[in-house]
Design a protein. Sequence first.
Lengths: 59, 714
Amino acid sequence: MKFINYLGSIAGISIYPMASLLLFTTFFVAASLWAFKADKKMVDHISRIPLDNDDTNAQ
Amino acid sequence: MSLEKFYYDNRTVKWFAYACMFWGLIGMLAGLWAALELVIPGLNMGFAPITFGRLRPVHTNAVIFAFVGNGIFMGVYYSLQRLCKARMFSDLLSKVHFWGWQAIIAGGALTLFLGYTTGKEYAELEWPFDIAITLIWVVFGANMLGTILRRRESHLYVAIWFYIGTWVAIAMLHIINSFEFPLSLFKSYSWYAGVQDALVQWWYGHNAVAFFLTTPYLGLMYYFVPKATNRPVYSYRWSIIHFWSLIFIYIWAGPHHLLYTALPEWAQSLGTAFSIMLIAPSWGGMLNGLLTLRGAWDRVREDAILKFFVVALTCYGMATFEGPMLSLKNVNAISHYTDWTIAHVHVGALGWNGFLTFGILYWMIPRIFGTQLFSRKWANTHFWIGTLGIIFYVIPLYWAAFTQSMMWKQFTEEGQLKYQFMETVTTIVPMYALRAVGGMLYISGLILMIVNLTKTIRKGAFIANEAAEAPALPKEIVTHGKAHWHNWIERRPIQLVVFSLVVVAIGGLLEMMPTFLIRSNIPTISSVKPYTPLELHGRDIYLREGCYNCHSQMIRPFRDEVARYGEYSKAGEFVYDHPFQWGSKRTGPDLARIGGKYPDSWHFNHMLDPTSMSPGSIMPAYPWLFEERVDKSKTPAMINVMRKLGVPYAAGYEQQAIADLEKQAQGIAASLQKDKLPIKADREIIALIAYLQRMGKDIKSAPKPAPVANNAEF
């Protein structure tokens, strides 16, 4: 018992899943590359931003 | 370099914190009451506004948009100022944002109680509120971006990325899902119909979870967990990958709410694939949070705040593992329409959102009042009561879900369904009672926190404007080490907004475009006709009473469902459904083919006293439908609006509609009279019966299609 895939009638529908997979892979690789090539000093600096504040009243 | 002196605005933070606690309590009490109504159906006391179908949307909207919403704003207003080393952009915008949001919540709750609803889950608020939400969201965005632009810290910490991503995605989702055509001040019909409406709604529904309950809270997690442990996040690099992959993938996963429905197979598979991929960034984020606590585990034993954070992150991990599992078709076949979904969302809501919020409140309130927490012991007690509450809430529901789903699917050796629907309900009612105990425990914990924080506030002195100092942002930003292309976006909020929008829009567009392009390609079934005027009124009553909260209108192509409810649902059957009413939960049976199954008198008696027709039923009675009159003055306008939305009523039909309505109503009243059930033809019950008797019948008068083979899986 299968649904009739009425999208099947659209020309070139198979390009959608392929396009989305390619897009995501490219994107993921680019983001990972950046993250791991980023300068260590800068990353350390950014990761400490929340702790920089002088919470004088913090206990 | 000279230091600039400025002040953080704690007043807005305080207001949002109070609102978060207040609405949290109200929303959870509404949930508890609704849960109890499933055990004791008479608990609505014959009072329409608190019937389950109206109370449940109040609960879900209050918890999502009021409790979590105010929690988001509280955390964002606190952390953003400190991450940017700047006061919020405009005190006036902060004020407008706060009061505007509270007005929407109060007005929204009131209209939901009164039965004004779009009938689309988690987007029930009617069109004036949709516009108000858009405006207030813009105010929030302007205030946030203004602050970011005026910052004294050159880099944007990852929490801010999550806030920006949240803002962009919610704006897009809300606007696209809210296209509707107003009929009157508080009533509108969805622009989309049937399959398209379902796709848009669950694209929205799923991503509301993603971008309202998840990404902003991840931003808060990336700020408050390092704060509470006093150590930087375990891996900042991970957090960047976490952000981009999460916002990219999440947007695609919506169709996993529509597996086995009349949604095209292609969209269903896409939803599943992306849901599985979501495990990676979600778990990366969870581990990043938990590993931040490394070396601080000794403190976790004593510090209630850290305990709340650990359980919140663990629940996030569990829910984001379970989610992808639920999107596998074979698991979904069992879980969908059962209490599994309810258990799943509550692991997220009670564990992830609730516990993270509590941890933040315990950490933040003493700080903005310049004092210490009144009682650490009480906070620890709250933690344990809350944890027990979650356990007592979810385990009975998982149990109920498995039990009921298995019972639904069992056949006798003779090939008959083994259990009546009602038997599967009465079996799990004790589980519903246990679940309510879990909810009560959780709420007791919340009350304990409110008392503890009130006492903390009393002994402290509020620091409305907290002094801080920081050097101004240098004109020339000094980069550490080599410059890199990502730096382009790293420090530039506007580019970040645009890029986030592009990323979330790609998924949305690619996912939905095909379904919109094929408007003419939906195989229309020639025998499927527009609703009659009386049926339209009946459908409005169905929406008003929130019937979709307990009844689906979507028969999946399984042996047991076809045997129990009839022919499985086809996409072409819903082309005139503005909005679609497929539902997501079967506390009661599916109604897609209820039409003609019982005589009018059955529905009459059933709506007046459900147990008279179905002994053991937990459905509430609807006596007011027998008193209220159908508002015929609206009929011509309804026809006009529907025609504008593409329903093919003949030109000038609105002139004739009232006469047709009266004729059909007389017919139903006469049939009831025959069964010695006298009622005036102008009552709402007549319209509702008309709608119920129409449902799923059109297809039966169509020429018979070729017989279908039995479904392979079930």
